[in-house]
Design a protein around this ligand. Sequence first.
Ligand SMILES: Nc1ncnc2c1ncn2[C@@H]1O[C@H](COP(=O)(O)OP(=O)(O)OP(=O)(O)O)[C@@H](O)[C@H]1O
Ligand SMILES: [Mg+2]
Length: 425
Amino acid sequence: MKNTLSGHPETLGPVTAGVPDRIKTPPARRAEAAPKPGVAETAAPSKVFHFDLRPQAIARHLDRFVIGQREAKKVLSVALCDHFQHVRMAQEGKSTPHYQKQNVLLLGPTGVGKTHLIRSAAELIGVPFVKADATKFSETGYVGGDVDDLVRDLYRRSGNDPKKAEHGIIYLDEVDKLATRMPGAGRDVSGRGVQTNLLKLMEDGDIPLVSPNDMTGQLQTAMAAMRGGAPAVDTLNTRHILFIVSGAFSGIADLIRKRLLLSREVGTKKGGRKLAEAQVKRDPTQRLDDVDWLLARMTTPDLIEYGLEPEFIGRLPVRVACHGLDEEDLFDVLRKSESSLIRQYEQAFAAYDIQVEFRDDGLRRLAQLAGAEATGARGLMTICERVFRDLKFRLPTSRVKQFTVTASMVDNPVAELRKLLAAKR
Ligand SMILES: Nc1ncnc2c1ncn2[C@@H]1O[C@H](COP(=O)(O)OP(=O)(O)OP(=O)(O)O)[C@@H](O)[C@H]1O
Ligand SMILES: [Mg+2]
């Protein structure tokens, strides 16, 4: 059966509010063709590609928007610098002949900043960037998309400039859904087919700029060629396109735990799973209940066991896990991140000339409730929506021009709203 799932289009809004002009990218240029569903753009390329960033500068920029994820920031910054320094050198004619691309695999639970990290980094570097969900592709490309469309989208994002497109970033989310032996939700063989189709892109492939399935496109190209206006290039090479893939990989921690336990069992020779388990538990350096600790120990065989093809995994040499966000992290997401949700609320109320002040006890309570949702920072959106629902509905037509978000407001928004309205009657 072919995969008919489609990707969710995700509008990637700017996260560079307040970024100094020196490192701000130009406003996203409209692509000539309408964007495809499931593929989004954050940044238009600058006219000439400049790259003089150092890993720490990228990490510092990411710190402004993404809370925690130190290891992911470090690993990503280094991979991005390696890649784009190589691109710069290649442009200067100093290419390393056998350069191996530093494609990245980012894993971790939902809502902890994986997409946010990549989006923020792509904006900073200012290269063409496309994002899509792996679930929208099928092996044949007849139902669902064809993975080569990613390259064609990158070409459109770069204003049909092959030079720029050849140095872009393709970000593929939900690659864990391509796993054929994923625990729980089995996927048909199409997942393997999609992985195989991606291999060529991830390494060094020449992708036709008009899809063989696109009859209209084929016809237009043929007509343009007849008029003598054929495009200068009809394929795009992917050698310098950086691939970043990500996924939640739920269940992989269990596989890693099992492997660690089994290796202990074999190691002790005395056998007995219980014994091995007890030994591992006694060892304070082993934290078998700690998902973050387990993910940091993930190996290639774990990913193969999970159901990804060895050839696919082999082309993703840089791997890093994002950790879950605890209450303190969520508090900081609200308080410190420049992309904090509270800015959005301040703005929404300011549109009606209402000033809202967030007190720390209010933020703390929001973080506590969001933590219980277990959906990472996305839990903050769920909680805020619930808390501010009635206030957003009622206050714009009231005389209230100012209010404060406290813990008690978070716990009893309706009662607090009543008090606010009564005071202004
Ligand atoms: N560490 C973080 N710091 C600041 N904001 C965050 C962080 N993690 C998530 N967010 C906020 O939550 C939103 C959702 O995060 P994001 O899209 O990065 O999740 P994800 O890790 O890609 O999850 P999924 O696996 O479900 O795609 C972001 O737009 C951002 O506003
Ligand atoms: Mg994501």
